[in-house]
Write a protein that binds this ligand. Structure first.
Ligand code: SF4
Ligand code: SF4
Length: 213
C-alpha cells in the first residue's frame, strides 16, 4: 500500500507537465508545415492538374475537334465544337481537315480523372501540374480554348497559318516538322491585320462567360 501511495504522489506531481511531453517531443521533429502560397512544393510528375491544348512545332494546333475527349468525360465538363480548316480563306488552325473551333473545360465539374487525355487520339490534350484553380465565380472557372492553348514556344507561329510547304498531315505526326518555316513567317506577317479583325469579330460572337452565343 505504501508503494501505491508513493507512485500516486509522483503521478500527481508530474501529471500537469506530462501532457507537455508530446509538445516538447514535437518541437524537435522536422516541421511539416507548408508555407503555402509563399512556398510551393512540386507535385508528383504525373499529377493531374489543369489541362493544356498542345501545338505542333510550327504552332499549328494538335486538336482536330473530334470530340472524343468530351464523350469520354464522365462529368460532362468538356464542350467541343469542331470547325473546317479553310486554306482559301486563310483559316488553317491544324494540319488536318478539322480543328477545335470552340473548346471549353468547366472546372466546376472536372474531377481530374484524366479520361479525356486518354481518349485524345492526337495527344492534343494533356494535363499540366498546375493546381491553383480556385476562384469565387462560375465564369472564371470555365476555361476557354485561348486559356487552354499551350504558349508559343521558340520557332512556333500562332495559328491560323498554312502547313509547312510540301508536308501532309501525317508528316506532322511522324515528327517531320521541327519549326515554322520562313514562308510561314512571311504569310503570318502579311495576314496579321486580317487576323486581328477576325479575332475582334470572334470576340463579338461570344458572351461574357466565353461561351458561344
Ligand atoms: S479530367 Fe476527367 S472530369 Fe476532367 S475534363 Fe477530363 S475526363 Fe472530364
Ligand atoms: S482534344 Fe483531342 S479528343 Fe478532344 S477534340 Fe481535340 S483532338 Fe479530339
Amino acid at each position: 500500500m505504501a508503494d501505491e501511495s508513493q507512485g500516486g504522489f509522483f503521478s500527481d506531481l508530474f501529471a500537469p507537465v506530462a501532457g507537455f511531453g508530446v509538445t516538447f517531443a514535437t518541437m524537435f521533429r522536422k516541421v511539416a508545415t507548408q508555407e503555402y502560397p509563399e512556398v510551393k512544393w512540386p507535385t508528383q510528375p504525373r499529377f493531374h492538374g489543369r489541362h493544356q491544348l498542345n501545338r505542333h512545332p510550327d504552332g499549328l494546333e494538335k486538336c482536330v475537334g473530334c470530340e472524343l475527349c468530351a464523350w469520354a468525360c464522365p462529368a460532362d465538363a468538356i464542350l467541343v465544337q469542331g470547325g473546317d480548316n479553310d486554306d482559301e480563306r486563310g483559316l488553317r488552325f491544324s494540319p488536318g481537315e478539322r480543328y477545335g473551333h470552340i473548346y471549353q473545360i468547366n472546372y466546376l465539374r472536372c474531377i481530374f480523372c484524366g479520361l479525356c487525355i486518354e481518349a485524345c487520339p492526337t495527344r492534343a490534350l494533356t494535363m499540366t501540374n498546375e493546381y491553383e484553380l480556385a476562384d469565387n465565380n462560375r465564369a472564371d472557372l470555365i476555361f476557354t480554348k485561348e486559356q487552354l492553348l499551350a504558349p508559343l514556344q521558340e520557332g512556333m507561329l500562332p495559328a491560323p497559318h498554312p502547313m509547312v510547304e510540301g508536308m501532309e498531315e501525317r508528316d506532322y505526326y511522324q515528327g517531320k516538322v521541327a519549326t515554322a518555316t520562313p514562308e510561314q513567317r512571311t504569310w503570318v506577317e502579311q495576314h496579321a491585320a486580317a487576323r486581328a479583325e477576325q479575332d475582334a469579330a470572334a470576340s463579338v460572337g461570344t458572351d461574357e462567360t466565353g461561351e458561344a452565343r
